[in-house]
Ligand binder design. Sequence first.
Ligand SMILES: [Zn+2]
Ligand SMILES: [Zn+2]
Length: 249
Amino acid sequence: MIKLTVLGSGTCVPSLKRNAPGYLLEAGGLQALVDCGSGTLLQLEKAGRSYKEIDAVFITHRHPDHFADLIPLVQALLATPNYKREKDLFIIAPEGFREYYNMTVESLLSGAALDFVRIVEIYNNLDLASFQISTVKTVHSEDSIAYRFEHNGKVIVFTGDADYDQGVIDLSKNTDLLIIDCSFPDGMKVKGHLCARECGLIAEKAGAKKLLLSHIYPADSPDIERVIESGNAFGGEIILAEDLMELEV
Ligand SMILES: [Zn+2]
Ligand SMILES: [Zn+2]
């Protein structure tokens, strides 16, 4: 069983309802964040979890709305009174992230011993604890990737930020849960992000069991209409993500 908590179903646009992207994955004793946009640490507190327990952070790409809270996370692990971080914190990210991390997080926290941080640049596949993880490049930014997590036969896929392409469909084959960039309703499609119908099409072609629409930009139409629009292309279950929603597969 894999447990997912949506910490942020929103984007870079500040919103009291939809925090910047962040998700908590829990399975087999591992607690991992997938993306860590601004506000993720507070959302984690609201979800009744602790930043101290996080084993790994998976970053989909370098846009700040997806990783900005890495800085307060590492700072909190360094500076919480009467607390010493004993276990490693794995930061798994696309190629080139180590240099970026050094320029941002490490340079801001200079002088502090960061010996618990393990940066891993992921190319294709990786095993971490009882998870088998694979990735694919997405059509969005220079470094953007999607992640597939498998644990005891259960599969969750995160597209990160993505446009429509075959790579995301292939990575999502037969997934139990597909967490997808549903930035816009069909009438507001922009390049580099998916609109609702495309989300449904990817889920349908991949044979996904359940589709979670997330990364919701504000739009002219009510968010729930995206469920109808993606349902025009996908016959399976579709859920509109909400912050602090919990799902299990
Ligand atoms: Zn984004
Ligand atoms: Zn982005």
